[in-house]
Design a protein around this ligand. Structure first.
Ligand code: GDP
Ligand code: MG
Length: 163
């Protein structure tokens, strides 16, 4: 049995970079400037011997601050409803931000099955961010680097029970 995983989190934490790594093709656009990708993107993911469907949430970048939270909420809720579980990504270098807390809240209210990834954690860069991440109350953070492919073995171990 395969499963569907939604990658959620605020803009710029590295969701599309992870999506691209899992899908192995440049399906989701990645840009240094937030504002390139849109809405929900689905792809066939492969992580070692594990295959699943992955959803990238995007399109949150181009709206004004006023409407950001509403759109973010609707899009995240939709992704969560489509998926068996979600991978909530935060930026380990930035630590836990107020916007991350909003996302954590959405996921808790939806009763989603959540895995927590602390990205941009190549080397020791995400150490303090990973510690902070415990405060979200979403379980043990998985330290990864979507860009450099670190932590993929830990991610694999966490996701394996979903198969
Ligand atoms: P999204 O908005 O959450 O989809 O984030 P993106 O995937 O577009 O990435 C936003 C920025 O973070 C880009 O400049 C990426 O190159 C960078 N980034 C993504 N993953 C990593 C990582 O593991 N380490 C570092 N240092 N930067 C990353
Ligand atoms: Mg993106």
């Amino acid at each position: 049995m395969s499963f569907t995983l939604a990658i959620v989190g605020r803009p710029n934490v590295g969701k599309s970079t992870l999506f691209n790594r899992l899908v192995g093709r440049k399906l989701a656009l990645v840009d240094d400037q937030p504002g390139v990708t849109r809405d929900l993107r689905e792809g066939d993911a492969k992580l070692f011997d594990m295959r699943f469907t992955v959803i990238d949430t995007a399109g949150l970048e181009e709206v004004t601050d006023d409407s950001l939270q509403g759109r973010m909420r609707r899009l995240t809720e939709r992704a969560v409803e489509m998926a068996d579980a979600c991978l909530f990504v935060i930026d380990g270098r930035a630590g836990v931000t107020p916007t991350d807390e909003v996302f954590a809240d959405i996921l808790r209210k939806k009763n989603a099955r959540v895995f927590l990834a602390v990205n941009k954690a190549e080397g020791k860069a995400g150490d303090s961010g990973a510690l902070e991440a415990y405060s979200l109350g979403l379980g043990e953070p998985i330290r990864i680097s979507a860009e450099h492919g670190e932590g993929m073995d830990d991610l694999y171990r966490e996701l394996k029970p979903l198969e």
